[in-house]
Design a protein around this ligand. Structure first.
Ligand code: NDP
Length: 254
C-alpha cells in the first residue's frame, strides 16, 4: 500500500502539543512523515517532542500563535532558513468557548473566529505560497467539526468558524487544486480530549453523546488517524474540497 506512505514528506500539524493534533501528528509519523509540531505553550510542546522522538520520528518544533500573522510569517521564514519544506499542513489548532450568543462579548467572538478560522487562512497561505513555488503540490487538511454542518446551542462563534472551515476548504480548492495541492477537511464528532473533558465528565452530556451516536461511544483521537493519513497521502490525489466526518455516525441519523 505504497500510496498511503508518507515517507520523504514533512507534515506541520498546528496545535499538536496535545489532543487530536497530537494523535494526528503521531499517526502521520507512523506513516513515515517527518513532523513539525506546533503549539503556543513551549513546555507542552517540549513534552510532545520527547514522546515523538522516543517513537523514532524525525521531529522539528515550531512554537507560534496561529492567530498572530507576524508570528506565522516568521515561523515559516525560520522553517525556510532551516531547510524544512512543509508538504502536508494540518490546520488543527482550535479553542471552544461556550455561552449563549446574547451574552457573548465581541472580543470572545473574535478570539474563537481567529483561533479556529483565521488561523487556517494564515497558516494555509504561508504553506501554499511555498508549495506553489516548489511546484510539487501538497496536502492541506483542515479540521472542521460536526458544527461545520449543524449547529448546537451555546457554541455560536465555534459553529460559525467551523462552518467557515468547510467553505474555506472549498475556497482553497478553487485556487490551489490546479497546483497539485489537495485541500480537504475532517469533521470529528465528539472526541475525548481536554476540550471535551468537562462534557464527558457530566453524566447527562455523556449519556446524550452515547445515546445520540449510533456507535454508542465517544471518539478517541486515534479514530482520526486513518482519515488524516488518507488525506495526507497520494491515495487522495484526486480528492478535493471534501469534508469527511469521523463521528461514529452521529450526522447520519436524527
Ligand atoms: P485541545 O484543547 O485538546 O488542544 C488544542 C490544541 O490547539 C493544543 O495543542 C493547543 O496548544 C493548540 N492551540 C490552541 N490555540 C492555539 C494558538 N493560538 N496557537 C497555537 N496553538 C494553539 O483540543 P482538541 O484536540 O480537542 O481539538 C483540536 C481541534 O479539533 C480543534 O480545532 C477543535 O475545534 C477540533 N475538534 C475537536 C473535537 C473534540 O471533540 N475534541 C470535535 C470536533 C472538532 P497549547 O497547548 O499550546 O495551547
Amino acid at each position: 500500500m505504497e500510496m498511503f506512505s508518507l515517507a520523504g514528506r514533512t507534515a506541520l500539524v498546528t496545535g499538536s502539543s496535545r489532543g487530536l493534533g497530537n494523535s494526528i501528528a503521531e499517526g502521520l509519523g507512523r506513516a513515515g512523515a517527518a513532523l513539525v509540531l506546533n503549539g503556543s505553550d513551549q513546555a507542552r510542546l517540549d513534552a510532545a517532542n520527547e514522546a515523538m522522538l522516543a517513537r523514532g520520528y524525525t521531529v522539528h518544533l515550531a512554537a507560534f500563535d496561529v492567530t498572530d500573522e507576524a508570528a506565522v510569517v516568521r515561523a515559516f521564514a525560520e522553517l525556510d532558513a532551516r531547510g524544512i519544506a512543509v508538504d502536508i499542513l494540518v490546520n488543527n489548532a482550535g479553542i471552544q468557548l461556550r455561552g449563549p450568543l446574547v451574552d457573548l462579548a465581541a472580543e470572545d467572538w473574535r478570539k474563537v473566529i481567529e483561533t479556529n478560522l483565521t488561523s487556517a487562512f494564515l497558516v494555509g497561505r504561508e504553506a501554499a505560497r511555498r508549495m506553489i513555488a516548489r511546484g510539487r503540490g501538497g496536502k492541506v487538511v483542515n479540521i472542521g467539526s460536526l458544527t461545520s454542518a449543524v449547529a448546537r446551542a451555546t457554541t455560536g462563534p465555534y459553529t460559525a468558524a467551523k462552518g467557515g472551515i468547510k467553505m474555506l476548504t472549498q475556497a482553497m480548492t478553487a485556487e490551489w487544486a490546479e497546483h497539485g495541492i489537495q485541500v480537504n477537511a475532517i469533521g470529528p464528532g465528539y472526541m475525548l480530549t481536554d476540550m471535551t473533558k468537562p462534557l464527558a465528565d457530566d453524566p447527562k452530556f455523556d449519556g446524550w453523546v452515547k445515546g445520540r451516536t449510533p456507535s454508542r461511544r465517544w471518539g478517541t483521537p486515534e479514530d482520526l488517524v486513518g482519515a488524516a493519513v488518507f488525506l495526507s497521502s497520494s491515495a487522495s490525489d484526486y480528492v478535493n474540497g471534501q469534508i469527511i466526518y469521523v463521528d461514529g455516525g452521529m450526522l447520519a441519523v436524527l
